[in-house]
Ligand binder design. Sequence first.
Ligand code: NAD
Length: 368
Amino acid sequence: MSNPSLLILPGDGIGQEVMAEVRKIIDWFGEKRDLTFDVSEDLVGGAAYDAHGTPLHDDTMAKAQEVDAVLLGAVGGPKYDDLDFAVKPERGLLRLRKEMDLFSNLRPAQCFDALADFSSLKKDLVAGLDIMIVRELTSGSYFGEPRGIFMEEGQRVGINTQRYTEAEIDRVARSAFELARRRNNKVCSMEKANVMESGILWRDVVTEVHAADYADVELSHMYADAGAMQLVRAPKQFDVILTDNLFGDLLSDTAAMLTGSLGMLPSASLGAPMENGRPKAMYEPVHGSAPDIMGQDKANPSACVLSFAMALRYSFDQGAEADRLEAAVEAVLASGVRTGDLMQADGGKPVGCAAMGDAIIAALEASL
Ligand code: NAD
């Protein structure tokens, strides 16, 4: 059988620095765990614009469609701020998400014990927190028609439309239930069925999918505003939260910040299963290209490393190796080794990006 394939797109700014650390970790898995990937690397964002005049070359897009998973660093930077909208670095990322039809966005909010002090909530509310937000990513208010700014009776009217088809709700609900089965078997679906028809349909379809195929998973429903309150009141009550594009945007950022730093947050975006049964998938840290620290060996590579751990779990069925990698990151943090973004005011001397990568590899070695 051929090796699983991985397309690496480091992108811009610290994307390149954090990805260099992930490549070391990928090599480690090849050497020490007999887990070898066919890795190819290409350009995206500003780096692709500099080389090809477009933020994503058609050949790169075609490659992304063929591989088992894409791992992306970050795109953008001040150098590209004045480019036309159509060739801005972010367009490369959006094209990947759109053409791969990555409708299910997974944003974990996991609080490593060593970082519980970084949360804006009390330590006991977040220590050990491990929840997953599944956000519908390709439909809803950000895409629905009609949209625009129109003149109506002598004044401007801004319009966006919340629109969901049954099929769109069905497929993202299935992805949340499947995910829950690999975790603690609980899904809480959030919408505004009290005031929105799209919310009523959302609740109905989620309930139907559950009854038909996932009755073993515990399902509850919550209005999204109440869900937001519960998320900061008692976040540990949740396992998987399933929600639409707009509410998911807000809820996933809220949940993420319960856990501390942007430098720790991974994400996955999944699409329909391919012929080999694996979902189309792209993994990426939540953070951007951090131009303020690029090229200074200051970036925290953990978010990108943890994104690779998600790829191990969700694209390559290597849950035990994903656990090993997450435990290695946790062990490094617990040992007090930190990048600058994770230092308290009196916290001593931070390590650089490369040293953090090396420390994670040392912790992987220690796990054998
Ligand atoms: P950012 O995430 O790049 O940075 C925000 C702050 O967090 C900065 O102070 C940065 O130094 C810090 N930070 C981020 N990641 C870090 C890490 N791994 N380690 C240590 N510190 C880290 O967001 P921004 O400054 O708003 O945007 C910068 C550029 O990135 C912009 O061009 C923006 O469009 C782009 N961006 C890209 C993505 C993406 O590629 N998915 C996401 C967000 C922003």
